[in-house]
Design a protein around this ligand. Structure first.
Ligand code: HEM
Length: 519
């Protein structure tokens, strides 16, 4: 296609095109002919005839009402006929892969001129690569799928497999051995929890919460029990299929009858007389990715207590979508198991020892959620900093109001404290065995998750106040804030409700109180 040649105009020339049948405007030193577009404009035709708009510089009016991305859409970009002579556009989109220059839009370790004791060269290289990957492939797919509600595209899943991103999202460990990570940027033996944190945080930047869960969240929580507790043949087959993106897995614990109360679950597994199979009956609710999963890591009541069993989709397994407040992209399911026959070799961990299998999974799951919560809050801080800078009210930018600055101060303080605490805990994880982590970090991670998701909800509420009506509107200026405010409760419930986790942290502290401590 031939590139359109853009002419250069003086501001005086543009000013002559100021009538409904010949209507030009200037936005950021670019000249747009909106004569034919005015009747199609979603904001109506009349706005183009308001004082100071026809033939004039409408930059301020435009950015008070539209996101910059509007001008990049092909149908609107082609309205541009020229530029203003001797002037340059100053408003630029962030180049895919690059860092934002908005203060607090990046964590301190990624902010120019600041330092961190935790991040080495391989962390920085991985961050660059995964940001580019997210901007190029994940973000466009996330926005499109969030819109149409379909599951994440299989070609994104396949690309993630090629780079071994699914494997890295399981954390450091033997499963990385022999794999080329992100094209060789990180060696499997040097991969640590900071690398994993980077992957989770960067991939959260697509700003689509349902899609985020759709993109293999089921594997992040459902595969570790297979990785750590399955018999070798089963482990090799299932781990390989899931990490190569060919098959999908879900963690199926919660039920309509019981959520956090694992002991109250009703799904049963009974042995056949010959002792070779389990027969599973029951239901599971809110199972992430369940709609399209091939495997289910299922918590069951057995004669000797609670047992975790890997169930393959087949006869007697049925999954139905549940409508939640985020998109169906996540594949959230209600599952029924009716006389499902499963070989006893599919038992994960000891029979009756399911609680241990689950508990060993929780810390990692919750820590992953802290990583994503910290990053998604930060995006809302960036949205608010930009909006309050470009939006004028009472003749001045919104950020000239002290009440607005006070909200921004609280948002910044919250996100910075969550990230700093997260980095401290991540450093502990890097220096502790898995067993030590279970002993020493369950409490701190529970408290951090409680704090992170409370902060997230306060920030969501503040952001809606700052954006006003736009904060409750699904399209336009406030679309990310609306989405965030609607979906933020997911973080506060999944992986353990806030109060339960806070209590866990305090109970652990009480257990560790020295006997001789007195005021
Ligand atoms: C090339 C120039 C323009 C284009 C391509 C354009 C395009 C759009 C689009 C796509 C929307 C729908 C909402 C969104 O996606 O953000 C919209 C809404 C709107 N536009 Fe424009 N617009 C232009 C210029 C202007 C100007 C100069 C004004 C004001 C003087 C204006 C006033 C509005 C208003 C009031 C709305 C409704 C906003 C809302 O619902 O919050 N537009 N415009």
């Amino acid at each position: 296609m031939a590139t359109k040649i853009l002419k250069q105009f003086s501001r005086e020339e543009v000013a002559k095109h100021n009538k409904p049948d010949d209507l030009w405007i200037i936005v950021d030193a670019k000249v747009y002919d909106v004569t034919r577009f005015q009747g199609l404009h979603p904001g109506g035709a009349s706005v183009f005839l308001e004082e100071g708009i026809p033939g004039q510089d409408a930059t301020e009016a435009f950015y008070g009402l539209h996101r910059h991305e509007v001008l990049l859409r092909p149908q609107y970009a082609r309205l541009q006929i020229g530029t203003i002579k001797d002037e340059k556009s100053v408003i630029v989109s962030r180049v895919p892969g690059e860092l934002s220059l908005v203060p607090y839009a990046e964590p301190t370790w990624l902010t120019k001129g600041y330092h961190s004791p935790y991040f080495k060269e391989s962390h920085r290289a991985l961050q660059k690569a995964i940001r580019q990957f997210t901007d190029d492939y994940v973000y466009p797919d996330a926005q499109a799928r969030e819109e149409d509600g379909k599951r994440p595209s299989l070609d994104v899943i396949a690309k993630m497999s090629e780079l071994n991103i699914h494997a890295m999202r399981m954390g450091p460990g033997k499963h990385l051995k022999g794999r080329t990570l992100m094209g060789g940027i990180v060696k499997p033996e040097e991969f640590d929890y900071f690398h994993e944190m980077i992957i989770t945080q960067e991939m959260t930047r697509h700003g689509a919460r349902g899609y985020g869960d759709g993109l293999q969240a089921g594997a992040v929580i459902g595969l570790p029990p297979v990785l750590n507790f399955a018999r070798p043949e089963l482990r090799e087959r299932v781990v390989d299929e899931v990490l190569s993106g060919k098959k999908f897995i879900s963690l199926a614990i919660s039920e309509a009858f019981a959520g956090s109360d694992v002991q109250g679950l009703k799904t049963t597994a009974k042995k056949t007389e010959d002792g070779k199979f389990w027969i599973i009956n029951g239901t599971k609710k809110w199972i992430t990715n369940g709609v399209f999963s091939d495997y289910f890591t299922v918590g069951c009541k057995t004669d000797d207590g609670f047992t975790v069993i890997l169930v393959e989709r087949g006869d007697g397994v049925e999954t139905k979508p549940i409508k939640t407040s985020y998109s169906s992209t996540a594949g959230t399911a209600y599952i029924t198991f009716e006389n499902v026959k499963v070989p006893v070799e599919n038992t994960l961990g000891p029979e009756g020892g399911g609680l241990l299998v689950m508990l060993s999974n929780f810390n990692h799951e919750r820590w992953v959620m802290c990583c994503s919560s910290a990053r998604s809050q930060r995006q809302i801080v960036e949205e608010c900093l930009k909006w309050t800078n470009q939006r004028k009210a009472f003749g001045k930018p919104l950020n000239s109001q002290a009440v607005i600055r006070s909200k921004l101060a609280s948002m910044i303080a919250r996100v910075e404290s969550v990230q700093s605490w997260l980095e401290t805990i991540t450093f502990q994880m890097c220096n502790m065995s898995y067993k030590e982590q279970a002993q020493k970090l369950a409490g701190p991670i529970g408290l951090l998750k409680m704090y992170a998701t409370r902060s997230a909800q306060e920030t969501a509420q503040d952001a809606v106040q700052v954006f006003g009506g736009r904060g409750i509107t699904k399209t336009g200026m406030g679309r990310f804030v609306e989405h965030y405010h609607r979906t933020v409760p997911f973080d506060s419930l999944l992986g353990g409700a806030e109060d339960v986790l806070g209590d866990l942290g305090v109970r652990q502290a009480i257990r560790q109180m020295p006997k001789n401590a007195r005021l």
